[in-house]
Design a binder for this molecule. Structure first.
Ligand SMILES: C[S@@+](CC[C@H](N)C(=O)[O-])C[C@H]1O[C@@H](n2cnc3c(N)ncnc32)[C@H](O)[C@@H]1O
Length: 219
């Protein structure tokens, strides 16, 4: 069973042509420069699976350092832009639902998901992790990055639900407004979620993003 949301996919399909505007915000410049060198250095020479790669902004930075890279997303439209990124000619781009990553993808010793966990409902986090980990070898290095609370300056929380998920109202350029699930897990929440699966959990705080890295535990 999948927790994929048709509304979320429709939102990212509509945003795909101008999604990269989020990476032009001046206040994010330093963080992006750090991540553009840190992420490839931590995933160097690994076979890397990227989940929810979107338009491939991080893929283009990570791929040249890897042994091989498969970048997946649950929505077709952003993948069309990702395939045009420089430095990704060796990357395999595939449509795949993060909650049900198929065995045909293969087995990887590295994984990356950028700005994805924040869109996973709290009750589906474990499902996503089990899906991701099913594609990874023991000892694989996993890196998750996401927006920290600074993002609320752009999009305040408009409502929350009974399980504690928070939502934002996001305007699209066609004038419509989409309600989007966007969570901001704390380090303690991440530790509680990851500890049963992971060794050596590390957190890094940037001005606009958090980064969490861990090593997948053995069977
Ligand atoms: C905030 S974007 C992140 C894109 C990219 N990782 C980045 O950091 O720029 C979230 C992405 O999740 C994708 N997505 C939504 N539902 C998904 C699902 N069930 N499985 C995989 N990807 C999904 C969307 O299509 C979108 O590209």
């Amino acid at each position: 069973m999948t927790h994929a949301s048709a509304e979320m996919s429709a939102y990212y399909a509509a945003r795909a042509p101008y999604y990269d505007a989020v990476y032009l915000k001046p206040e994010r410049r330093d963080d992006i420069a750090f991540l553009a060198s840190h992420l490839p250095s931590r995933l160097k020479a690994r076979a890397v699976l990227e989940v929810a790669c979107g338009t491939g902004f991080w893929t283009q930075h990570i791929a040249p350092a890897t042994r091989s890279m498969t970048a997946t997303d649950g929505t077709a439209e952003p993948l069309q832009f990702a395939r045009l990124r420089p430095g990704t000619s060796e990357v395999t781009f595939l449509l795949a639902d993060a909650y049900t990553l198929p065995a045909q993808l293969g087995t990887f010793d590295g994984a990356f998901a950028g700005l994805w966990l924040s869109h996973v409902p709290i009750s589906a986090r474990e499902v996503f992790l089990v899906s991701l980990h099913s594609r990874l070898a023991p000892g694989a290095r996993v890196i998750l990055i996401d927006n920290n609370l600074a993002q609320l300056r752009d999009f305040p929380i408009s409502e929350s639900d009974a399980e504690g998920n928070t939502y934002q109202l996001r305007p699209l350029r066609d004038g419509s407004v989409q309600k989007v699930l966007k969570n901001f897990p704390s380090k303690a929440e991440l530790d509680t979620l990851l500890t049963p699966h992971a060794r050596r959990i590390e957190h890094h705080d940037l001005d606009n993003f958090w980064l969490c890295e861990y090593e997948l535990g053995g069977p």
